[in-house]
Design a protein around this ligand. Structure first.
Ligand SMILES: Cc1cc2nc3c(=O)[nH]c(=O)nc-3n(C[C@H](O)[C@H](O)[C@H](O)COP(=O)(O)O)c2cc1C
Length: 322
């Protein structure tokens, strides 16, 4: 088993592709790892064992080092997802959105190091206490699910002072400037979702990729409304950041009323809207950095966009005068 430090030190570009259910399958993870980062496959709450085997199998076949990311709250109902995710030997396992403790022994026995995404100082302390190998600070500007309470930079500064274990950082890091900023602060690598969700190798449908590319930084919203409409059992402290649409305009900030108003018909209509890519209704999970994604790119091109981070670190050295 390599340490997390050693895995991150091996990267040509200190960028980890975030596990993203519905976007980060084996093809994307393999492309990110081949391009000099580290790709993670996202395992969602509605995944099946066969799907996980197929996606993880794809990246394992590529021969690249890779990771997987699971949602702890959903594993008690479907523990076989963890076994399927571990079968092909991921180097890194992300155990987020719930208590990682029950799953640490199996991940370690499979030879993986374990990270957990945290969205508050308290969650960081809990994850450190649970014994994870590293933390992923995940600010509220990030895409997809997470906490919606503290943004990336304040949380990063707080968490870096709590631990000597590696700290990765997700939520709004989408350019070489952003990567340089978090590395200069003391992060070990960036944890990037939204730009890869829109990339060629992502499982996102073309309509969703186009919507992310077309959106600006102020066109996302953090809400539980989509989970309520689909009657997903996400713990209520977690919402998700998605592009604004007709549905969010009506319900994003009226989730208590939506809990009352949700019907079987709405649940079925929302699920069908996802199948049909009807983006007036269906969620397109993406963070504020959607506004920094302005054209179709491959995963390798996304990584190339980060590659000049050293220029910004060098420019900042002008402050090293006495
Ligand atoms: C489409 C999408 C799906 C996501 N799915 C997951 C997931 O399955 N598991 C997980 O741990 N995080 C998931 N996330 C959150 C990411 O791990 C990460 O925190 C986030 O993308 C980082 O912020 P950024 O989008 O600004 O780069 C998802 C994010 C997106 C955009």
């Amino acid at each position: 088993m390599s340490t997390l430090e050693a895995i991150l030190a091996d990267l040509a570009i200190p960028v980890v592709g975030a596990p993203m259910a519905g976007a980060a399958g084996g093809r994307l993870a393999a492309a990110i790892s081949a391009g000099g980062g580290l790709g993670l496959v996202g395992v969602g709450n509605v995944a099946t064992v066969d799907q996980v085997r197929a996606e993880v199998g794809l990246v394992a076949e590529s021969g690249e080092r890779f990771g997987v990311g699971l949602m702890c709250w959903s594993l008690p109902a479907n523990p076989a997802l963890l076994d399927a995710a571990l079968e092909s030997g991921p180097a890194v396992v992300s155990l987020s959105f719930g208590d990682p403790r029950p799953y640490l022994p199996a991940a370690r026995a499979a030879g993986a190091v374990v990270v957990a995404q945290v969205g508050t100082r308290t969650e960081a302390l809990e994850a450190l206490d649970a014994g994870v190998d590293g933390l992923v600070v995940r600010g509220s500007e990030g895409g997809g699910h997470g906490r919606g309470v503290v943004s990336t930079l304040p949380l990063l500064q707080q968490v870096l002072d709590l631990t000597d274990r590696p700290v990765l950082v997700g939520g709004g890091v989408a350019t070489a400037r952003g990567l340089a900023a978090v590395l200069a602060a003391g992060a070990s690598a960036a944890w990037v979702g939204t730009p890869f969700a829109a990339s060629a190798e992502s499982l996102f449908r073309p309509e969703l990729k186009a919507a992310v590319i077309g959106a600006d930084t102020d066109q996302t919203v953090y809400t539980r409304a989509f989970d309520i409409a689909q009657r997903f059992d996400w713990p209520t402290i977690y919402g998700g950041r998605a592009l604004v649409n007709g549905f969010t305009e009506q319900w994003a900030h009226r989730t208590e009323a939506l809990e009352e108003a949700v019907t079987d018909e709405l649940t079925a209509t929302m699920k069908q809207a996802r199948v049909d890519a009807d983006l007036s209704l269906a969620p397109v999970y993406a963070g504020e950095s959607a506004g920094l994604v302005d054209r179709p790119r491959t995963a390798a091109e996304v990584l190339d966009g980060f590659a000049s981070f050293r220029e910004y670190l060098r420019a900042a050295q002008r402050w090293l005068v006495d």
